[in-house]
Design a binder for this molecule. Structure first.
Ligand SMILES: [Mn+2]
Length: 398
């Protein structure tokens, strides 16, 4: 077979707003507003630069069923650029851009293949008389699809390579709507050479043979979508083997940073430690900026009020007047605990109490605990304390 390259992207969420920002600066605001669209432009650049045979978009191309006109135009511009280069685009609609209720009012060029809703269809990709592969896909008619769409995928073509494009929750991943539920077994049994999945915004490979892959979203939209975001360049060799290369595309990266303030009694100590921790997170050459949420932990003796945390966030952010890549601390959460008070119990007793009570141990004050005098009473007091403590701690997740 002829070697070729294709691009797997998903969850573009074009023109998605950034959610949950603690504060904003005008300089940063514009960059955040354009981030998803810039990421998309780069996806088109990547598709052209890699001479890809096609672009697969596995759902949630738009953030909303009624996307903004600027999102529609941006997508149209990108599709036209690919049309000029004769690159087909395969679009399987997901729950954010369901085929039946998506309201767009532009005419997509002929290179855009939107898979029909509710049934799998497929199309060959050819180049210079060679059949490179067949691309299969299915679209959501409405937002909530509970049917196991993956089981509808049956290979019917005689192309040497077949790609399946699907928006689905494979393996019942928690924290995500269980749409088009599928098991990895369903996918592996279907005889495809590559599963281009969308829906889970965290990229990952569920299987290597055949590759079953979530591309993740193109641009993080809130603090739970941290790290580099982008698309996969999939190279298929003459033997049908695949090689995946992740291409970071999102111009703005989200990061969640913990700063341990244990023992600190001055804001200068917090600042120094936070700045050191921020250093490795600074924007990469392709990025316009990084948005950071900081969580402070440990036992510290400082007044962590909202005003102070706001001032600290501003101070830790790179100079707002400066042009160029930004490192923007959008909020600082205080998760510190108060320093221990008074004389501490010692030895095994202290350790048992500390391990069992966890954070509740904060308030331990030996002066307020009536220590039983005789052994029997001590035992029952200890058991009572342990029982109370066990009620307070979370069960072990394992
Ligand atoms: Mn999505």
């Amino acid at each position: 077979m002829k070697p070729f390259t294709f691009i797997h992207a998903a969850d573009l969420h074009l023109d998605s707003p950034m959610l949950g920002l603690g504060r904003l600066e005008p300089r940063v605001q514009g960059r955040l507003r354009d981030a998803s669209l810039e990421a998309f432009d780069r996806l088109i650049d990547l598709t052209l630069k890699t001479n890809a045979a096609f672009l697969a978009m596995a759902g949630d191309v738009f953030d909303h069923e009624t996307p903004s006109l600027r999102a529609q135009f941006r997508l149209l511009d990108g599709m036209r650029r690919l049309e000029q280069a004769s690159v087909p685009v395969f679009w399987a609609h997901g729950n954010h851009d369901p085929f039946g209720s998506l309201s767009t009012h532009v005419h997509w060029p002929d290179n855009v293949v939107r898979f029909p809703a509710g049934r799998v269809s497929w199309q060959r990709v050819e180049r210079a008389e060679d059949i490179l592969c067949a691309v299969y896909g299915i679209s959501y008619p409405t937002a909530a699809v509970t049917e196991p769409y993956a089981r509808q995928f049956l290979r019917e073509d005689d192309a040497p390579f077949a790609v399946a494009v699907l928006h689905a929750n494979v393996g019942g991943q928690p924290g995500h709507d269980n749409y088009a539920p599928a098991s990895l077994g369903d996918l592996r049994a279907a005889g495809f050479n590559y599963w281009a999945l969308g829906h889970i915004h965290h990229r990952g490979t569920l299987s290597d043979d055949p590759p079953v892959v979530y591309a993740g979203n193109l641009q993080g939209r809130h603090v739970r979508e941290t790290g580099h975001k982008g698309a996969y360049v999939v190279e298929v060799d003459a033997a049908g083997r695949t090689r995946l290369t992740f291409a970071p595309l999102g111009p703005v990266r989200w990061e969640l940073l913990n700063v341990d303030c244990d023992g600190f009694s001055g804001w200068d100590q917090v600042e120094e430690k936070a700045l050191a921790a921020l250093e490795p997170l600074r924007p990469a050459p392709h990025e316009s900026g990084v948005v950071v949420r900081i969580q402070l932990s440990g036992r510290a003796n400082l007044p962590f009020d909202a005003d102070a945390l706001g001032d600290l966030a501003e101070r830790l952010s790179s100079d707002p007047e400066r042009d160029g890549p930004f490192c923007f601390v959008e909020s600082i959460e205080n998760r510190t605990r108060r320093p221990r008070q008074g004389t501490q119990p010692e030895g095994l007793w202290a350790e048992v109490i500390s391990r069992i009570r966890g954070p509740a141990y904060d308030n331990w004050n030996p002066a307020q605990v009536r220590l039983p005098l005789d052994r029997e009473a001590a035992r029952s007091e200890a058991l009572r304390l342990l029982a109370d403590a066990l009620d307070e701690v979370e069960p072990d997740a394992n």
